[in-house]
Design a protein around this ligand. Sequence first.
Ligand code: NAI
Length: 261
Amino acid sequence: MSVKGKTIVVTGAASGIGAQTARVLMAGGATVVAVDRNEPAAGTAARYIKVDLSEPVSIRKAVQAVGKGIDGLCNIAGLPPTQGRVHVLKVNFLGLREFTEAVLPNFNPGASIVNLASLAGIGWPESSAAIRALIALRDFDAVGALCDSHHVDDARSYFFSKEALIVWTMQNRWSWRERGIRMNLVSPGPVQTPILQDFLKTLGARAEEDMRVMDRPGTPQDIAPLVAFLCSDGSAWIRGTNIACDGGMGSHVLLNMTGLA
Ligand code: NAI
């Protein structure tokens, strides 16, 4: 399951899961292009491109800097709900999609896209109207109005951003099939990174309950190898799939929801 010789773009490579993914890919022989608003630590990546994923102009400049010959894109940059609904939806969904679509012409045949969603997106089947509206939205300046019409507050915005990301990825399972390009998702449960405290603050009692049933939170080391596998040729027939990596929390939530626990 090698990534040797591949050129892989990793957003969010300056911290947490993105930084660990970049390190695992580099250790596997890939050339990593880090794309982040912050510069990663030395040795994390072969190249760094600065971007603000909440800004279409910045995204366009970053795409130009990325250049051609890309074999993989790991969309890992993301914001927690404490950053406010407009910013969260811009970075976690609109900016991610804008960057991905703009960089797609630079992909080699057989390239892989991996989007970091979350266990927080598990409720997507219950929000189809709002998700449809967000996926139809292209204007970054209209996010606040969309949130108002669909009753999305700051706390809900993180869940909503990941629900939309899951649905958009599934919808595009075959969009670039003739070029052999696939897109999948990884959905972690709570992971020990700088943003974990933000989640716990927003989710309150529910997060405390989650942490009580779990033996431990995840670590970036638990998530990065799965992302790297999805970049390798061994995952070529996995398409439009959302893979949980959550210590069993996803099964726990689903079984409790259906009364089958
Ligand atoms: P982190 O805070 O350690 O890293 C996030 C990275 O995104 C940082 O390097 C940051 O600079 C970058 N970023 C944020 N806003 C940006 C912007 N506007 N433009 C460019 N880069 C920007 O967070 P972590 O935990 O590593 O999260 C990575 C991904 O995993 C996120 O998408 C998050 O939603 C997801 N996730 C995290 C979980 C957790 O418990 N930590 C659980 C489930 C999913």
